[in-house]
Structures are given as C-alpha cells and as structure tokens.
Design a binder for this molecule. Structure first.
Ligand code: MCN
Ligand code: CUM
Length: 795
C-alpha cells in the first residue's frame, strides 16, 4: 500500500504524470524536420502527374535547368540509368520512384527539382513540360477485374491482369456445415471508404551525404527509423553503419509515416549527387493525394445463426483496392493485414475468409491508419454484421453480443480465424458501458420519442484487437523479425538515459517509458531522460505502429530495468556486506532481510557502480534488452454512442459517447485517456464526414482540408470514459496496447447508432461517411446506401 503511494509520488506506474514533451510542444519549441537548417542546404520539390493513367511520351526539362538557382532536375529516365527508378515496397511489390513508362495514379511523382530555395524549385517544376497520352482509368475493384480492363502494372513480367493476390484463411468445410445447420443467415455488404491519416505535419526529409566521411545522415519523418536504415542499406550500395536515420519530433504519424516514399529516396540521391544537404518538405495536397491512404475495402459478410442467438459460423469475402502499387506495411505472411482478427471476441465455431487484392489507378493504399494492419476494417465489419444479425433475429443487440462473447474462464481462446487470445472480461466491459449510458432508460426514451416522430438510436461496438506486432515466429516485415529493444544507462549520480527502438509521434513515450523505469527501479521518473529516433544511438527496433510500443518496446524497458536491478542487487550486497541471498527489494531500496532498517538506495548503488564496485565486477550500470513477445496483446473495448437523426434533413447529432477500455495495467491513465479521446475523434470523423473519393477520371476528391474534413472542437462530441483492468498475462507489467483501440472500434458505434435510429424505416445499411445527404437518401429513396460509389461524378 505504501509502496503504491510512493510509486505515484515518483511518477511510476499508474501516475497521471504530465507529459514532459509538452514542455517544448506547447511553447512552439518542438524540433521537426522542417525546423532543421543545415549549412549549404538545398531544397527539393516534386512534379506530380495530373492524370491518373497515362503513357509518358516525353519530358522536356530544358526550361527548368535554365532557371537560375536550379541545381538538379531528376526524371525517371535518369533514375533508371542508376537502377533507381523503381524501389521495393514493404509488401514485396515494386513502386516507381519517378515514373518512367507510365503514370499510374494522379499525384504520382514524375520529376523533381533541387534548387537554392523551395520557391525556385517549385517554379522550375512548373517549367517542366510533360507530354502524356491518356489511358483508360480504373478506380474500383469491379472495374479492375472487368473483362478487357486495361493492365495497370504492365511493368511487371508475370502480371497479366490487375489482381495482386487471392488469399483465404479459416476452415471452408466446417463453415459450410455451420451454414447448412443454421436457422437463419444474416447478410450484409459494406464498403469501408478510403481515409487518410493526415497528420498535421506532412512528410519530409533532409539527406546529408558527406563525401569526406562517406556518411549519409537523413533527418526523416519516420515512425520506424531502424527499418528505414536497413532498407536503405539493402537497396543502395551504402554500408549500414554509414547510414544514420534521425527521426526528430514528429507532428503526428498515425501510420502515414511508416512507408518509404519517393521523396525520401530522391532527396538521398540528390544529396549524394550534389554533395550537399537536400531538404524535401511535402505540401498538404501532396500528402493527401499521394501518401499512405488507408482502407478502401469492400465486404460481403454472412453470419450463420441459430434462433436462440448463437452464431454458428461466419463467412467473409473482401475486395481490397490497393491502388497502383501494393505497398501496405504489414507482416509479410498476411496478404490483407490482420483482417482475420475479425470476430476474435466472439466464440464462433467456424469461419472462412477469402480476400482479393487488386491494382487500381489510385495512390498506393492500405498503409493502415491508426490500425494494426487492417484491424480497423475487420472490427468495423464485425460490429456492423453483429448488429444486423441481432436486428434480423429481433434480439436485443447487447444481449446478442453477451450470448456470443468468449467467457472470462475460456482463456486462452483460439479465435475463429486461428489467433490465440489470452485474457479479457468482455461481459463486464459491456455491463459497465450499458450501466454508464443508462441502457434501459434510453430504450424507453427512444420509444417515447418515436411517438413524436423523433429518431433516436443507440450503437454498440465491442471488440478485442491484436496489438503489439511481434513475436518473431509469426511476424516479420520484409523478413525483419518483429521484436524491440531498450537500452538503459544509469549515471553515477542516479540519473539515467533510456533509449528504445520505437519512435514516439505524439503518444508520450518520453513520459511513459520513464514511468516504467520508475516502477522497476524506484528512481523518480523525472530523473530519466528518454530518447528515440536516432539510429546511431538507439538500439535496433521495428518502430512504432500497430500500437506495438507498449507491448514490445515497453516490455523491453521493464526487462532492461530488471537487468539493472539485478546488478544493483549485487552491488547492494557488497555495500551492506551481506550475501546477495539476504537482500530484499522495495521500491527504490535494497535492505537486509533480518534488519530492514539497514539498506541502500538504488542511487547509492549507482554511485558505487562507478566508484566502489565489488572486486571483479565489471564497472558501470548500463544494459540493453531485446524483447520478443510470446504473443500479441488483446485489449478490449466497448464503445456506445447515442444519436438523434433528423428525418427531414438527414443530419444526425451525437447525444452521448461512453467508452469502456480494458488495456490491462495503465502506465499513465491520463495519456491513455488522451489516446482514447483522440481515437474516438478520428472514428467520429470517419463515420460522419471524412471521404477521399475519386471521380471517373481518377481525380482525387479530397486533396485539401476544404474537401477532406477534420473535426474541430466544435464538431467533436464529448466522451465519457470508463475502465476495466485485465492485466496481460505475458507482459512484464501487465500492459496491453491502447493507441488504436478507439479508432478501430469507434466507427461502428457511431454508424450502428444511426442505423438503429433509422432501421424501422427499413434501412439496411449506409456506408461511411454518413453525410446528411446519404442518410436522407436512405430515408427517402433506397434502403441500402451501400457499396458506396467510389466513383463520384459531378452530376
Ligand atoms: N500506454 C499506457 N498504458 C497502457 C498502454 C499504453 O500508459 N496500458 C501509453 C503508452 O506508454 C504510450 C501511449 O499510451 O505513451 C500509446 O501506447 P501504445 O498503445 O503502446 O501505442 P504506441 O506508442 O505504439 O503508438 C502507436 C499508435 C498508433 S499505431 C497510431 S497509428 C497512433 C497512436 O498510437 N498515432 C498517433 N496514437 C497517436 N497519438 C498521437 N498523438 N499521434 C499519433 O501519430
Ligand atoms: Cu496502423 S497506423 Mo499506426 O499502426 O502507425
């Protein structure tokens, strides 16, 4: 008890410590890539294709070269002479760095200019004359597989159609049997539209090649600097130890900063050619039309049901629109990410998923946006299907979920598609949520309101999702096994520096990692400086995405602290002149078991490690831990939204949102709540307003913040947060990931709420975003506004 009290005082586990990084962020003192100015630095701008599919007939750069201050103009043809026109993607595909033969999406990189300042570079881009021969355009999976569809990837030797993969998982026969036995089959078709992570800071890099040392330093907006260093070493001829990737402060990542973009590659090449630092900073339109899209997946789903509400089996087919290059960041074994994590919280005997991925004339998609490799789509489909099934059975949606949940005593549990979940209290989370929202009262209120022509609705979304990509047996990216690391150096005076292979983008690692050390070593969190993002002085790690930092790097932080404690214990025995077996530990202090008043602090041990170590002991107090998690972590969430839909206009307002999250032990409850609120806001945005679509010519509609909407404080609903704690059984401090839960589980709660409000009018589905005109169309014209048209023409 007193230990826990002390622990909060020193900023350990469970302390809602204020974020240390905010000291600089709220003062405008963050150091982002664009803040960095190097001596002699040049600036790079990219010329992008206005067309979505066209043959390049010619590129005339002579006028650009003639502009004073222009240092270099690069085209695909010049890149090709160095074998650099194409680069490998994280999904074993290839992607054009600069287009050579064809452009394959609007916004594709065609040429770039390096000049003395960015304005000259931009002007010079406009002076480049490109002659295009337009080709027929494909903007959705139906067109991609249609008879006679133009071949988008004619650059690839064995590619004769636009199909990237066909993939399946689960047990088809068992699933067929389940459907044969069903009393009833519930079906749903949905589209999860394209969305964009849209961090406030766009992507950018500064490459600095120093010929005299042969060292390449790249400042880069990357969530995974070590992966980038390895990738650069593998594709360039530069040796890995001569490459230093530095990710400074990032203005949000949300998945957008996982992939390798042509801009990074070209700035590196330009710096090598010119032997001067070259900076590339993407503008907002460039970011929105060419980088890291997410989603764009179609689903046909079926649930085999028994009349008493038991789900007997599930069938899913998805069509994934990957754009012109298959560049998803995802474990290499899973063609459509972890889509098969669907239905993991439900006890379903049989399941079968088929998936087809196709090329279209759109920017590469599927990077994932605040989602562990397609988990967002999986959970959205799951929770929409569950609600539709409950409605079809005429059963209460909460009761239907409860009947099918995996029970608390059923862990470890093999999910319908083969994952192993290890812990959770699903029913309890649902109960807490229902209680908080006042479920029974709301249902009564809803009935009352209906009598007066008002449409109220309640939507529930419950899910467990796999967070923490690792365990090296099953997960790798480009063959790089997924684990992570932490290095801890405790100085003589008891102050320490902790470095990890992860990379914070706003999640607060500088605050929370220090809390784990404080918990393990009893040193005040403020005595621990956390550094990430510089490959020269952090241990190798796979980076931050898939909410893997706490599950993997965070575990490494605990493990390295324990190594330090083990050494400090030996030093304590030496200082107290007893044998190690007689030593006990309490937060921050070793003492003699038989005389607890005699003890030494961890700080005294640190001093002795440099000044008074036992004979034969290696000096210093420093270590590194590599952590390969035994399993993913499986947090659970229950999100409940209530809404009112205006039947005259289709406008809907959120009344209340209740969130119950179980992410195991919370390191910093305030940071966790911040993650949940941010995630719910993104979920609300996708459900209500966010839409990047393409017209029939492949023009991107949503290339700016007038068309692609971010909710401001005014639109954002209030959130009521609750918690349940089921410690992760295999994580050293019992924590599970939280970074993406609300974005993953949130959308279905909002959509389900609107659907619940309008279902009595016969509406079956409305695809996101639930813009008022779509809701209105559903209420007045058709009952199924689904398979939403990705082709939106002006008429
Ligand atoms: N945490 C905690 N207790 C837990 C779990 C987490 O206190 N039981 C804390 C962690 O210590 C960390 C934060 O919550 O400070 C998020 O931790 P975690 O769930 O491990 O997620 P990551 O740190 O790996 O962050 C990645 C995740 C992803 S994949 C996206 S996308 C996303 C997200 O985080 N992008 C973000 N949240 C974001 N938040 C901000 N501000 N900016 C982004 O770009
Ligand atoms: Cu999937 S977006 Mo986050 O994993 O960086």
């Amino acid at each position: 008890m007193t230990q826990a009290k002390d622990e909060i005082k020193i900023g350990g586990l469970g302390a809602s410590r204020k974020r240390v990084e905010d000291n600089r962020f709220i003062r405008g003192k963050g150091r982002y890539v664009d803040d960095i100015v190097l001596p002699g630095m040049l600036h790079m701008e990219i010329l992008r294709s206005p067309l979505a599919h066209a043959r390049i007939v010619s590129i005339d750069t002579s006028k650009a070269w003639a502009i004073p201050g222009v240092r270099l103009v690069l085209t695909g043809e010049m890149m090709a002479t160095r074998n650099l026109a194409w680069m490998p993607t994280l999904s074993y595909d290839t992607q054009a760095v600069l287009a050579t033969d064809k452009v394959r999406f609007q916004g594709q990189e065609v040429a770039c200019v390096v000049a003395d300042d960015p304005y000259i570079a931009k002007d010079a881009c406009e002076a480049i004359v490109v002659e295009y021969e337009a080709l027929p355009v494909i903007v959705n999976p139906t067109q991609a597989v249609a008879q006679g569809a133009p071949l988008i990837r004619d650059d690839k030797d064995n590619q004769h159609d636009n199909v990237i993969y066909n993939w399946e998982v689960g047990d088809k026969e068992a699933t067929d049997r389940a459907f044969a036995q069903a009393d009833r089959v519930s079906k749903l078709e949905l589209h999860y539209p394209r969305s964009h992570p849209s961090p406030i800071e766009c992507c950018g890099s500064i490459a600095d090649f120093d010929r005299s040392t042969s060292k390449l330093t790249v400042y880069m907006t990357s969530q995974a600097p070590h992966v980038i260093r390895a990738a650069v070493a593998l594709v360039s001829e530069l040796p890995e130890h001569m490459i230093r990737i530095i990710s400074p402060d990032l203005g949000g990542g949300f998945g957008n900063k996982v992939p390798i973009y042509p801009g990074y590659v070209m700035s590196i090449l330009a710096s090598i050619l010119l032997e001067r630092p070259v900076k590339w900073i993407e503008d907002k339109t460039g970011n929105l039309i060419s980088t890291g899209f997410a989603r764009d997946v179609y689903l046909k789903g079926e649930l085999a049901l028994r009349n008493d509400g038991k789900i007997l089996g599930v069938r899913m087919h998805t069509d994934a629109d990957h754009g012109a290059f298959f560049s998803d960041a995802q474990p290499s074994k899973f063609k459509i990410g972890l889509m098969h994590s669907a239905f993991s919280c439900y006890d379903i005997p049989a399941a079968h998923l088929t998936a087809q991925g196709v090329y279209t004339n759109k920017a590469p998609g599927g990077v994932a946006y605040r989602c562990s490799f397609r988990v967002t789509e999986a959970m959205y489909f799951q929770e929409r299907m569950v609600q539709a099934a409950a409605d079809d059975l005429g059963m209460d949606q909460a009761e239907f979920r409860r009947r099918n949940f995996v029970r608390d005593d059923d862990f470890p549990h093999r999910t319908p598609f083969g994952f192993l979940t290890d812990s959770g209290q699903y029913g309890k989370c649902l109960d807490v949520g229902l209680e908080a929202i006042g479920y029974a009262d709301f249902l009564r209120e809803k009935e009352e309101a209906k009598k007066r022509g008002r449409l109220l609705g309640i939507g529930i979304s419950t899910m467990t999702e796999p967070l923490g990509a690792g365990n090296s047996r099953e997960y790798d990216i480009l063959g790089m096994k997924m684990f992570d690391s932490a290095q801890l150096r405790v100085h003589m005076t008891g102050k320490a520096i902790l470095r990890t292979g992860a990379k914070t983008q706003g999640q607060g690692h500088e605050t929370t990692w220090a809390q784990i050390v404080a918990h393990e070593l009893g040193m005040p969190a403020e005595d621990i400086l956390v550094e990430e993002g510089d490959t020269d002085n952090t241990p190798f790690g796979l980076g931050t995405y898939a909410s893997r930092s706490t599950p993997v790097a965070g575990a490494a932080v605990a493990m390295v602290s324990r190594k330090i404690r083990a050494k400090a214990r030996k030093i304590a025995a030496h200082l107290l002149e007893v044998s190690e077996e007689d030593i006990e530990w309490e937060l921050g202090r070793f003492y003699i078991r038989s005389s607890p008043e005699r003890g030494v602090s961890i700080q005294e041990c640190a001093m002795a490690a440099y000044s008074n170590m036992p004979d034969g002991m290696e000096p210093g107090l420093e270590n590194v831990a590599y952590y390969d998690p035994p399993n993913l972590t499986w947090p659970f969430a229950c999100y409940i939204a209530t809404v009112e839909v205006d039947p005259v206009t289709g406008v809907w307002d959120v009344l209340r949102v209740v969130a119950v999250d179980d992410c195991g032990v919370r390191i910093n409850p305030m940071v966790v709540e911040g993650q949940i609120m941010g995630g719910l806001t993104e979920a609300y945005a996708m459900a209500s307003m966010q839409f990047i679509t393409f017209d029939a010519q492949g023009n991107c509609v949503g290339s700016n913040y007038m068309d692609y909407l971010l909710p401001t404080a005014w639109e954002t609903p209030g959130y009521e947060l609750h918690e349940v704690v089921t410690p992760c059984p295999h994580h050293p401090i019992g924590a599970k990931g939280i970074g993406e839960c609300a974005t993953v589980g949130g959308p279905a709660a909002f959509v389900n709420a609107v659907m619940d409000a309008v279902k009595d009018t016969g509406v079956r589905n409305i695809d996101m975003p639930l813009l008022p005109d779509r809701v209105y169309e559903a209420l007045t014209k058709r009952h199924d506004v689904s398979g939403a048209p990705p082709v939106k023409t002006d008429d």
